[in-house]
Design a protein. Structure first.
Length: 150
């Protein structure tokens, strides 16, 4: 039986150079390539490009999935609920008036923030060499129980 030394947290020992996380996230928030900060990150509303037109960095393998939507819900929810409570305290209105004000604001803010949130997640994944951004081949993982039955 061999004993391996595990270090949790701290620096990754992958042999790859560290990438600056916050500049990559900031480039993503601006909907720009996380590597060069120049190329467009999206070819439409929230559909990412396959590769950066400026530096050629492959973007197609990102796995932003649901995290951007969760971040948008968290941010917009806090802003809208706080604003709603403040407005209601200063100017009491009927529930219908509040609905007429806050539902469109919530929808508009959500649509406005989603591309930037998705860009930030793509930037984070790029900076941390996640999901193919490290140059490694993506391996499709199977469920552990399937491995035992094969």
């Amino acid at each position: 039986m061999t004993h391996e030394l595990h270090q949790y947290g701290g620096e990754a020992h992958s042999g790859r150079p560290a990438r600056a996380v916050w500049p990559a996230i900031w480039n993503g928030i601006k909907c720009r390539c996380p590597k060069c900060g120049e190329g467009e990150l999206f070819k439409s509303y929230a559909k990412s490009v396959d590769a950066c037109a400026v530096c050629g960095e492959d973007i197609h393998h990102h796995r932003a999935d649901d995290l951007p939507a969760y971040l948008v819900i968290f941010i917009v929810g806090h802003i809208v609920v706080g604003a709603f409570m403040g407005v209601d305290r200063l100017y009491p209105m009927s529930n219908w008036a509040h609905l007429a004000i806050w539902v469109p604001i919530t929808i508009a803010m959500s649509f406005a923030l989603l591309p930037s949130a998705k860009g930030a997640v793509i930037g984070l994944q790029w900076a941390l060499y996640m999901h193919g951004f490290g140059g490694d081949d993506e391996v499709i993982e199977t469920h552990p129980e399937q491995d035992h039955h094969a």
